[in-house]
Design a binder for this molecule. Structure first.
Ligand SMILES: Cc1cc2nc3c(=O)[nH]c(=O)nc-3n(C[C@H](O)[C@H](O)[C@H](O)COP(=O)(O)OP(=O)(O)OC[C@H]3O[C@@H](n4cnc5c(N)ncnc54)[C@H](O)[C@@H]3O)c2cc1C
Length: 461
């Protein structure tokens, strides 16, 4: 079956854009989810894809989708492959559709404050082009140099400045997508409409299960006149959390809130990187109001160089990831399994959750390495570690702890994940997350994808 399929795909995209080299197939069969972060009893088997195709246009994407329907072969949409949940993992032999040849920036419309791009465009290249025109993208994740616009929309990703500009999904005005049945969805690129339900939402956070996004029109922002970044040390997580709550209660809008109590780095205390950006007068006014709130709440200003270093090095980890993808896949490195949770909770529940979480973590024999907040007081993270005793117990203990923590988040009215998506990692928890909502997603999926070809086995649908 493989040879005739490859022949037909070559006719669509050209033979030079069909990859069958085994080492390349192996590399692209994974994204940035490491084996050590999968629950050992719930992890799916992975396989080599049949091939990778690199289409050059939406028309070619459509032909690939029609062919996949005819042949009943799965498709796995692939952007930068930096997803952390296994959304782009190959778990059934299929066609990986690598969008990165579709990387044209089609139009920067300054008056409309929008950019129209092909979705294989890497975020950093969009950012550079916008900077030349006096704008910024706004979306600025760690993985700016590797993630694509399509991947960022499909995971509804958040970035460092998301406090001001929102998530990638919130920036989407309109998009074009090839649906699993080969039909084209085009939504109008406007900031607001009241003409039926929002069909962008079918693709935002859809992890390639509801179609392949080929083009997107995204809100952009004027280059900030000023950025004011500070680093502040607090005696405890609770003390810093209270100050952050007060900043928001005062109606201020920090672009950057990066707060954590990493014990190795902060020795019992917690550090907040706080940033405002935009119009000079507004930034100065917001900073004048926010810093005294922090200082009255026990915050101590750290040297400005520390804040600048934090900002300068924010994408370094992504460049390291690009150089060493295979190593990342391996289970527990340095004899330590690591995992983390990034959850959304009502602000009133964050501290009670943290207290309850510590008991859970201890009971499972897992170490809590850091608690943190990103962007808003509601977006809470924990980084956990478990030492490998030479068998799978550590990994099992770690993942059991993660599952219990996420179930507690759901019980407390929160959501189990706010930035990385579901993929295969969190798929087993989707029924508890959504209740009948999961059935709604499954019915939409069945209606649009009767042959179940579009990224099957992901997101629990
Ligand atoms: C070191 C590191 C740091 C990270 N930092 C952040 C961070 O700061 N914030 C954050 O939110 N995430 C972060 N991530 C996760 C990751 O970068 C994001 O999830 C990113 O948005 C994924 O984009 P991608 O292009 O790499 O997508 P991929 O990994 O290629 O794909 C992600 C999902 O989208 C689907 N997909 C891809 N392109 C399309 C398309 N055109 N149409 C439909 N479906 C598509 C795939 O099938 C998959 O399900 C980080 C990851 C790493 C490794």
């Amino acid at each position: 079956m493989r040879e005739p399929l490859i022949e037909k795909l070559s006719q669509i995209v050209g033979g030079e854009h069909v990859v069958i080299n085994e080492s390349r197939l192996d590399e692209i069969s994974w994204d940035a989810l490491s084996e050590g972060r999968l629950h050992p009893e719930k992890k799916p088997a992975t396989v080599l894809p049949l091939c990778v195709v690199l289409p050059g246009s939406a028309g070619e994407v459509r032909e690939i989708v029609l062919l996949a329907n005819e042949e009943k072969v799965p498709i796995i949409p692939y952007g930068g492959g930096s997803g952390l949940m296994g959304g782009a993992l190959s778990i059934r032999p299929g066609i990986v559709v690598d969008l990165r040849r579709m990387d044209r920036i089609l139009e920067v419309d300054g008056a409309a404050r929008s950019v129209r791009v092909e979705t294989g465009s890497v975020l950093e290249s969009v950012e550079k082009r916008l900077n030349e025109n006096g704008f910024i993208l706004g979306h600025d994740p760690w993985t700016l140099p590797v993630a694509t616009v399509g991947g960022a929309i499909s995971t509804n990703s958040m970035g460092y400045r998301g406090g001001l500009y929102g998530s990638m999904g919130e920036q989407v005005l309109g998009l074009d997508a090839v649906l699993p049945n080969g039909e084209i969805l085009h939504t109008r690129p406007v900031g607001k409409h009241s003409a039926g339900i929002d069909l962008n939402a079918l693709l935002i956070g859809g992890e390639g299960c509801f179609g392949i996004i080929t083009e997107a029109t995204v809100r952009i922002f004027p280059k900030p006149e000023k950025r004011a970044l500070s680093a502040l040390a607090f005696e405890s997580f609770e003390q810093g959390y209270a100050a952050i709550q007060k900043i928001f209660a005062r109606g201020l809008t920090p672009a950057v809130v990066d707060f954590g109590d990493d014990d190795e780095k902060h020795h019992g205390g917690a550090v907040l990187y706080l940033g405002f950006e935009g119009n000079k007068e507004i930034v100065e006014a917001e900073e004048r109001l926010a810093l005294p709130i922090c200082e009255q709440g026990g915050g101590r200003r750290l040297p400005q160089e520390q804040a600048e270093e934090f900002w300068r090095t924010r994408h370094v980890i992504a460049r390291r990831f690009m150089q060493n993808r295979r190593q990342r896949r391996e289970r527990g490195r340095d004899g330590v399994y690591r995992d983390w949770i990034h959850v959304a909770l009502p602000g009133s529940k964050v501290l009670p959750f943290r207290t309850a979480a510590m008991e859970i973590v201890e009971r499972h024999g897992v170490h809590l390495q850091e608690s943190g907040l990103w962007l808003q007081p509601e977006l809470f993270s924990m980084r956990l570690g478990a030492e490998d005793g030479g068998n799978r117990d550590a990994q099992l203990a770690l993942e059991e702890a993660v599952y219990e923590l996420l179930r507690l988040v759901q019980k407390m009215g929160g959501s189990m994940e706010y930035t990385h998506g579901v993929g295969v990692k969190l798929a087993p928890l989707m029924a508890e997350e959504h209740g009948y909502g999961l059935e709604v997603m499954r019915r939409i999926k069945r209606a649009l994808d009767p042959n179940n070809i579009m990224n099957p086995g992901k997101m629990g649908i």
